[in-house]
Design a protein around this ligand. Structure first.
Ligand code: HEM
Length: 135
């Protein structure tokens, strides 16, 4: 799927990221995980803006490697990924920019699924990986 700079503005990307993390901070399941691992919130949020700017607008500003980061987080499971996606979809639901919402709603579950696959391959290499929907 080609990303386009015209899909949304940088301001819309920032609004999406900050609105999503406002929900994360309130969430009893996800907040403790982020608070345990994010040392510098300004830096994390700036990185996440770069990530979504890259995926939605094709700016290629994000240079990180999310897979090993998530693989090393203890205790991730399908329920947590589904919770993350539920908060994300609640956030995109409020976007006025319909094209941006639709793109974000397609990309996030794909990335979540691939992170969950990578997580299982890293942490349980002898077991067959399951889809997020398998349980
Ligand atoms: C169970 C669901 C998830 C949890 C609990 C979670 C948690 C975290 C945490 C704690 C970090 C910071 C890690 C660190 O700085 O050491 C992080 C980074 C990040 N997360 Fe997630 N995450 C989840 C799902 C996702 C999904 C579905 C996406 C994308 C659609 C995503 C994208 C990212 C990105 C891009 C980073 C920055 C990695 C880097 O370059 O340092 N995460 N996540």
């Amino acid at each position: 799927m080609a990303a386009t700079p015209d899909l949304c503005t940088e301001e819309e990307v920032s609004e999406l990221v900050y609105a999503f993390y406002a929900k994360v901070h309130e969430d009893p399941l996800l907040a403790p995980i982020f608070n345990a691992h994010v040392k510098d919130w300004d830096q994390h949020l700036a990185k996440m803006v770069d990530f979504w700017s890259s995926t939605l607008r094709g700016t290629a500003r994000y240079r990180g490697t999310p897979m090993p980061r998530h693989a090393q987080l203890p205790g991730l499971n399908p329920g947590l990924f589904k919770r993350w996606l539920s908060l994300f979809h609640q956030t995109t639901h409020d976007l006025d920019n319909v094209a941006m919402r639709e793109r974000a709603d397609v990309l996030a579950p794909r990335i979540a699924e691939s992170l969950w696959y990578g997580y299982q391959m890293y942490n349980q290499p002898t077991r067959l990986p399951m889809d997020l929907e398998d349980r």
